[in-house]
Design a protein around this ligand. Structure first.
Ligand code: SF4
Length: 147
């Protein structure tokens, strides 16, 4: 039997979403899907967050914000690209100011495609992210012991 060993806190940033994916992130958090019952809290402080949920594509204006939030998060940390715009630029990929998916700015650990991404896919991505978080945590501990 597998079980979650941690209740991750998430931070959500709308890079340049049409708001479709943002609504789905909120749906995952609110009653109905209610991931808060597992202790998964949406925080506004990057320093408190384990998982960075990004919706929308990265463009010339928001790329520095995406990098800043990521850099303020403490290791180990995980990034989830929520929706096809965050994964690859989606339908906006050809816009004059769009650079592409979130991985053009920061390393992405889990991709959750969809337009809009479904709450089930977001929850699944967060669970996958927990596994990545644990691997990164073990690697950090091994690094500290070796140092
Ligand atoms: S993937 Fe679809 S719903 Fe989500 S931000 Fe892009 S266009 Fe909007």
């Amino acid at each position: 039997m597998t079980f979650a060993t941690k209740s991750p806190w998430v931070i959500h940033y709308d890079a340049s979403s049409c708001n479709g994916c943002d609504i789905e992130v909120l749906a995952a958090l609110c009653p109905g899907y209610d991931v808060e019952r597992f202790g998964i809290i949406n925080t506004g402080n990057p320093k408190h967050a384990d998982i960075f949920l990004v919706t929308g594509s990265v463009n010339e204006r928001n790329i520095e914000v995406v990098k800043e939030i990521y850099n303020q998060m403490v290791e180990p940390k995980v990034v989830v690209a929520c929706g096809i715009c965050a994964c690859s630029g989606g339908i906006f990929h050809d816009c004059y100011n769009v650079i592409g998916g979130v991985d053009q700015a920061i390393p992405v650990d889990v991709y959750a495609p969809g337009c809009a991404v479904r709450p089930e896919a977001i929850i699944d991505a967060v669970v996958q992210g927990l596994g990545v978080l644990e691997e990164k945590s073990k690697a950090l501990q091994a690094q500290k012991k070796g140092a």
